[in-house]
Write a protein that binds this ligand. Sequence first.
Ligand SMILES: Cc1ncc(COP(=O)(O)O)c(C=O)c1O
Length: 373
Amino acid sequence: MNLTELDTPAALIDAAQMDRNIARMQSRMNALGVRLRPHVKTSKCLAVAQRQREAGAQGITVSTLKEAAQFFDAGFDDILYAVGIAAAKLGPVRALRERGCQLTIVVDSMAAAQAVVADGYHFEVMIEIDTDGHRAGVRPDEDRLITIGRTLHDGGAVLKGVMTHAGASYELNTTQALEAMAEQERSRCVHAAERLRAAGLPCPEVSVGSTPTALSARQLDGVTEVRAGVYVFNDLVMANVGVCGLDEIALSVLATVIGHQTEKGWALTDAGWMAMSRDRGTQAQALDYGYGAVCDASGAPIDGFIVSSANQEHGIVSWRDGAVCPDIAQRLPIGSQLRILPNHACATAAQFPTYAVFDANGGVTPWERFYGW
Ligand SMILES: Cc1ncc(COP(=O)(O)O)c(C=O)c1O
């Protein structure tokens, strides 16, 4: 099978570009002297994670226990479940650990720490640190950091370390700001680890990471591992942040032109929001790509064209600036194929049960992905 024979919409992976993205991140982490624990929620795909492991990644990060179970069954046994644990999930975590999975969980509250120790099982636990005010975590200077650490340690849990995710880095777009955010993520997480150690508590691991900070850090002293996810595909949000070019985005949606509204300068495609996802992550950024950036069938961006609007199964392609393209029907004829670059690769990938992975020779292989919880 080759690309032109695929049913559209289809989620395409450019295997050569994905491999370059994997190699870029891995060589950066090697040079910075830290382990890379990729976040597999981006691809939710065994074949992708295997390529990351072959390139040198150690362990994986997951966002659901379903991912943990599926990857463990496929031979990944060092897994960090990087979403705060809920008491009701301790049973499934324990079941996976009793099958031999080295599954680590995360807490950021006394209530969660107490639930973990109340279970009576020796879970391995990390404390989540809030280094940027973006989402979850204990701030590095809070007294409760030590209380949570002591509750876990004295209660029989294995206090494995601290972890943080500088999600605020997605709002940046200059090298200077990204480097400063990477250093803030590093220094605040290391500070939390030092406080725990000074209190006599174990804290061997310091885990940080987001794609923008991982690709911007100048040094990672005191850090033991980095977690990055979206780098494997890249997307338009990352391009706007400034950590990749459009030509480094390995995931796209293959679409077919199905109609026109010539007086409005529109081409209609069969890739609506059901294919692209509802994620409008570039809306708040300097360059708003609507529901995606339009490329020709070979993957070359067609300057100025975006998916400006989307219904469930219709995408509306037009010029970004709102001007009417006078010859849209000639430029994008009915039946022609387009590749649409996604705002947010994790969200777009999640719309599809299978990837169509193509190689340099144009051959296409299906790769399954996990979905659900
Ligand atoms: C806890 C955690 N760690 C790491 C990552 C990876 O971030 P990115 O996809 O920017 O590489 C995420 C992404 O949301 C995350 O939630």
